[in-house]
Design a protein around this ligand. Structure first.
Ligand code: TGC
Ligand code: FAD
Length: 389
């Protein structure tokens, strides 16, 4: 049965015609192009590259950036709905779009020179180039301020040394937005594939986000020309502002994964017979479905309001933390309940629930762990940061 959406509170009435059209277009794409192939990609642990030109054609990269750079010029509801639908397919597919748009195109747009924007944004929008974002290091995950990757000034540019880890799209990227310390200050650099001393080995054997490329980035005396530094990015605030964009998309995306698990659960509960009845006739099963629907509806309302604040440029990063933290946590709860409700069938690739559950373990960790977002909120509430020293 084709997916009809989950809309218990008639939220469609809050959406414009354009917003609904974007949502439905991406939904159809996911139904016809993603769902038929994604289990195989997940099982065999590869990212289905054939989706990339199709996603570009749909305008899914740089959706909210200005049209003069070949981007979509759309509002944040459209962007959020697109992320929701992609993640209903798979978190790995949404991750690809998040990284390309929020973590590569956004910093080039926001902090790049006009030349860098003209060179990269149209190519990234058309997926003629793929990007990745290197912030996390082996010893600095939640605390990127401590990073040890270093840039040193040399004649005509910079010499980059260090390593990044857990980088989505790293091995397939044409350009890496890399954060490194120059004279103790964090700066952003565009490191291009093929630059001498730069390698990006893929990290294998993941149990989560198997349909997504995750890599190390290794820099050994990589010479970066002056024109590849992002002139406007100075200090930790620059990469963190990119995370705000991506976390916003994740808040929406997690609802997509939750919707997939809820939808599968309703279908299963109404058709699987035990003790002479559909399991959906048992109160304990109904309680699970009621919980799922309630949390999805609350998450949808958070996202919609967040989008409005973002469009009005009133959004605070802490508000994004609240939504990322909440929506990923409830999506993971819902995926686990859905897995349980499907019984033994829940562990197979015939149903999407365990794939979503495994993916969401990564989504809970990346872009700020659940607990880091708890501390961001705690600091905002009390005025007392509790991160470290
Ligand atoms: P702190 O002193 O709090 O902040 C430094 C400066 O940055 C400002 N700021 C932000 N600005 C914009 N957006 C945000 N979200 C911001 N958060 C902070 C802040 O106002 C300050 O500005 P200023 O003017 O005073 O300099 O920095 P801190 O070192 O104490 O760190 C705070 C903490 C722990 C919250 C931060 O480091 C953090 O968020 N850590 C989590 C790291 C993280 O999320 N990494 C993600 C890596 S990328 C990734 O996971 C991609 S997954 C991709 C996929 O989808 O596949
Ligand atoms: P750690 O920071 O070591 O945390 C371990 C545990 O300690 C967590 O539970 C954490 O909440 C807890 N903890 C840490 N500090 C505190 C504290 N002060 N108080 C209480 N608890 C604390 N990064 C990128 O830069 N680019 C990418 O494209 C990217 N893609 C990723 C893709 C995948 C599949 C994954 C899994 C990760 C990716 N990451 C990426 C990295 C991700 O952002 C980090 O894994 C994340 O920020 C957490 O860092 P860590 O894994 O080093 O955990």
């Amino acid at each position: 049965m084709p997916f009809r959406g989950v809309d218990y509170y008639n939220l469609d009435e809050l959406l414009s015609l354009e917003e609904r059209m974007v949502r439905d277009t991406v939904r159809d794409f996911v139904e016809s192009e993603v769902i038929p192939i994604i289990e195989d990609a997940f099982q065999r642990a590869y990212f289905p590259m054939e989706l990339v030109p199709k996603m570009a054609q749909l305008g899914l990269f740089g959706m909210t950036l200005p049209q003069e750079y070949g981007c979509g010029g759309m509002n944040n509801v459209c962007y959020g709905l697109a992320m929701q639908e992609l993640e209903r397919g798979d978190s790995g597919v949404r991750s690809f779009a998040s990284v390309q748009s929020s973590l590569v195109m956004y910093p080039i747009y926001k902090y790049g020179s006009e030349e860098q924007r003209r060179k990269w944004l149209p190519r990234l929008a058309r997926a003629e180039a793929i990007g990745c974002f290197g912030l996390t290091e082996p010893d600095y995950g939640s605390n990127p301020a401590g990073m040890i990757t270093t840039a040193k000034r040399i004649g005509g540019g910079y010499l980059l040394n260090g390593a990044k880890m857990w980088i989505t799209n790293g091995s397939i990227a044409d350009v890496a937005v890399v954060w490194a310390k120059l004279d103790g200050e964090i700066r952003g650099f565009l490191v291009e594939k093929g630059m001498k001393g730069f390698t990006a080995p893929e990290m294998l054997n993941k149990h989560s986000l198997r349909a997504s490329v995750t890599s190390e980035l290794i820099f050994h005396d990589v010479e970066i020309p002056e024109e590849n530094m992002l002139p406007g990015a100075k200090g930790l605030k620059a990469p963190l502002s990119c995370l705000t964009q991506a976390r916003y998309g994740i808040a929406w995306g997690a609802i997509g994964a939750a919707m997939a698990c809820y939808d599968a659960s309703v279908q299963y509960a109404t058709t699987r017979i035990q003790f002479g009845k559909p399991i959906g006739a048992f109160q304990l099963v109904q309680e699970k479905l009621a919980y799922m629907l309630t949390e999805i509806t609350k998450g949808q309302l958070l996202c919609w309001r967040l989008a409005k604040l973002k469009d009005e440029e009133k959004l605070r990063p802490q508000q994004v933390s609240l939504a990322k933290r909440n929506n990923v946590a409830i999506a993971l709860d819902i995926a686990r309940l859905a897995r349980d409700l499907h019984g033994a069938n829940g562990i197979t690739s015939e149903y999407p629930v365990m794939r979503h559950m495994l993916n969401l373990e990564s989504v809970k960790t990346y872009e700020g762990t659940h607990d880091i977002h708890t501390l961001i909120l705690g600091a905002d509430i009390t005025g007392i940061p509790a991160f470290g020293e």
